[in-house]
Design a protein around this ligand. Structure first.
Ligand SMILES: NC(=O)c1ccc[n+]([C@@H]2O[C@H](COP(=O)([O-])OP(=O)(O)OC[C@H]3O[C@@H](n4cnc5c(N)ncnc54)[C@H](OP(=O)(O)O)[C@@H]3O)[C@@H](O)[C@H]2O)c1
Length: 313
């Protein structure tokens, strides 16, 4: 089978497509024929060596965190899924390995694919969908009539965060690039601001939750946008931010919370059900596995709306 690996940290040119044996599932594992894999900023942060502390420095390493595919076979103790089931799933974000024709996973890493989604759409759901779910429901605990600012609202997480915040009854301000204004309105945002034309730090409005998905808004800057009892969510899980959040939250009513996304089969099922109902999954561009370097080069430049996906045929 084909698999994307790398033997040193670097830019996308370190990625290689190699041939490997198809893995055999252990007793409690499921073998999946992968159909599509989504591209995430965490991929290039990990193969770029920015997350060595968590990923380790032993090579070769593999790429690809979330995927959709078809169950091929299961170990004797893995009974939840049968051959032919269409599923989506999430691997360890620091180990990856989904960019391959086959992957073995625990049953708890997967859920049934939404019946009305393509494999490409389903692959775009796990990591960013779970991130959005955990941000909106746990970290920010968004509720009815709360004023929520989502900075970076047309990216992978943002697309879902806007829609989930609206489902919880929030009043959502989405901050996006010029190309994303119309779409953010269509996902339900009450106010849409174009960050290329407006400096959000000059807003008069104060929010119950400020969610930064761009990694460009500091807590210090965000404080000016927060009500006296409000929460700021960052996705930058650096050790220094975690320490800062601990001490800040002891003494301040303006809380700093850090996303560390947790795998959750239950969360995947919730997302799949929402997608079957009305949660929109937005695809930017699809690539073939032979275009893996081009796919990462283009996607890492930003300015895409929704998620780009690599298709395995
Ligand atoms: N800690 C965790 O557990 C965890 C889990 C998942 C993801 N993450 C991280 O979370 C971040 C967001 O993930 P994602 O998948 O949503 O990334 P993404 O798809 O790259 O989205 C980032 C968004 O930020 C926007 N942006 C860039 N500059 C901006 C600015 N100055 N003001 C406002 N918006 C701006 C981008 O818009 P343009 O297209 O206009 O540039 C884009 O829509 C990434 O850094 C990712 O690595 C962390």
């Amino acid at each position: 089978m084909r698999k994307v690996i790398y033997k040193q940290f670097g830019d996308e040119s370190v990625l290689e497509l190699v041939e490997q044996a198809v893995p055999t599932p252990k007793q409690n594992q499921v073998l999946i024929r992968v159909k599509a894999v989504s591209i995430n900023p965490l991929d290039w942060k990990v193969y770029g060596g920015e997350m060595k502390l968590m990923s380790g420095s032993k090579f070769p390493k593999a790429v690809g965190i979330d995927f959709a595919g078809v169950v091929e076979s299961s170990g004797s103790l893995a009974t939840r899924y049968k051959a032919g089931d269409e599923v989506l799933g999430l691997l360890d974000v620091f180990k990856g390995g989904a960019l391959a024709d086959y992957v073995v996973v625990q049953e708890t890493d997967i859920a049934l694919k939404p019946g009305n989604s393509s494999f490409e759409e389903a692959a775009a759901l796990p990591l960013t969908g779970l991130s959005a779910l955990q941000i909106i429901d746990k970290l920010a605990a968004v509720g009815k009539n709360q004023e929520v600012l989502i900075n970076g609202a047309t990216g992978g997480i943002g697309v879902f965060a806007v829609q989930l915040a609206k489902k919880r009854g929030a009043i959502v301000t989405a901050v996006v690039g010029t190309e994303g204004v119309a779409q953010a309105k269509q996902w339900g945002a009450d106010t849409v601001l174009d960050y290329t034309r407006q400096d959000i730090q000059r807003l008069d409005q104060r929010f119950d939750a400020v969610i930064d998905l761009s990694t460009k808004l500091s807590f210090k800057a965000a404080k000016k946008l927060m009500k006296s009892r409000a929460v700021f969510i960052t996705t930058l899980a650096a050790p220094v931010t975690l320490v800062r959040s601990f001490f800040n939250n002891l003494f301040s009513s303006r809380k700093l919370k850090v996303l560390i996304v947790k795998p959750s089969a239950e969360g995947l099922q919730t997302l799949a059900k929402l997608a079957e109902k009305d949660l929109q999954i937005v695809l930017a561009k699809t690539y073939s596995i032979n275009q893996v370097r081009e796919a990462y080069r283009e996607t890492s430049r930003g300015r895409t709306i929704g998620k780009s996906v690599i298709v395995l045929d």
